[in-house]
Design a protein around this ligand. Sequence first.
Ligand code: MLT
Ligand code: ZN
Length: 509
Amino acid sequence: MMISRILQKNSINRLTINTINSIKQSSSSSYHTTSKDEVVSMSNIKRNDEFSTLTNQDIKHFKDILGGDDSSRMITDKDELEGFNQDWMKKYKGNSSLVLKPKTTDQVSKILSYCNQKKLAIVPQGGNTGLVGGSVPLFDEIILSLTNMNQIESFDDVTGVVTCQSGCVLETLESYLNAKGFTVPLDLGAKGSCHIGGNAATNAGGIRLLRYGSMHSNVLGIEAVLADGTIMDCNSTLRKDNTGYDLKHLFIGSEGTLGVITKISIITPPKPTSVNVALLACNDFNQIKQILIKAKKQLGDILSAFEFMDRPCIDYVLDHQSTAKEPFDKKSPFYVLIETSGFHEQHDAEKLNAFLENIMSEDLVLDGSLATDTKNISQFWKLRETITESLGKAGAVYKYDLSLPIDTFYSIVEVMREKLKDKAVVTGFGHVGDGNLHLNISTPKQKYSKEFLSNIEPFVYEYTSQQKGSISAEHGIGYMKTGQLHFSKSPASIQLMKLIKNSMDPNVL
Ligand code: MLT
Ligand code: ZN
């Protein structure tokens, strides 16, 4: 998962806090085509010349810190750098000539302290699975990869608290915990690559937030390194600790702008032993709303996910995933995926069946299917979890991650369809149980274009703001929304964020 950059001096440079200090700029997103020579557009952000340029002397210093310059510790090879310079959607791209891969907090501290003194720009990077350009350089920033900081340090099977380094891959952590009968309270499509530190840095949401809450609810402790190299040990494993400000929350969701997360302690729940997934087809969004109300009441504590996708999403998945199957004989405008997880097979099945009977008797579904075994459950999840990848394969896709009130939740999709007509395919899916819509505007076989973007922005942000929604429910601000924060935050909130940033990283002006 992406971690944003440590900000140093001047808001014009990527190293300064891209979410907060750049808000006065009228910058648009930086889009790139898949070809590195064909940059479609670049925002008006220019490299700040107050930042230094990397020298051989600097590289030698980093080599001394890391104990060598083999590719497991640092990367300078142009081809190898490519994957670190670009995000996986191939939308944002920088031109860094150095990746540093520390193994310890002490090494991170020494690197940041040196960069701070030398005014060398840095961008921290986790699994680089972010969607808003927060984990890649824009210019020549040094990339600080947390990949080598992947050790799981301890697990307490009474409290369920696990402590690990921030570069631990989410799926690896999940396997480790599963073997002990526990589970990470977070699950998302990018689990095979994203890092738990990036998940915390971006306050990643995902499909189980409905059941377990956000990273703010589950992270008990964080160790982070500040821009000047200070190691902030807030890595408590206590459930309760009311001694002053709870500083770890500053690092959760601040996208790496206040420090680099190096270690994390999370409270993990026991892994449910009985899991069921129902896939339902609906005719309109109002039916989904009614089903959600009933699911919350009738399934209660066993409800673990409530996701929706519209028909175009299913079409993209069927077009681009060879093993995905059309779920029902007849196509429908909407689909809902409901997961229950519990510990009493019979009790859970009875509850779910009663709920399904109820919604069918009230004509809220057109079709339905229940999966109780691992193979069928994963087939259903595949339809939901491969939407992003499938849309990405089709061509340029403009992605918006909005929190919206349930009564007007889907209307932005219809409004955008009306606005764009046949210029694009507008789809909606996401975590409807959490009020989070993923609005995706796909332009098959086309490249990202600034001209096309003007059909969408700022309209989509203005619309969201009028609905009192959020322009980022879970993906974060990154580079994509640096100029848009004011659509969701008051001037006073933004001012306070700047004060916090400047007090933790005084090199930023
Ligand atoms: C998801 O829910 O699948 C992710 O947030 C990715 C996306 O929005 O494309
Ligand atoms: Zn999502």
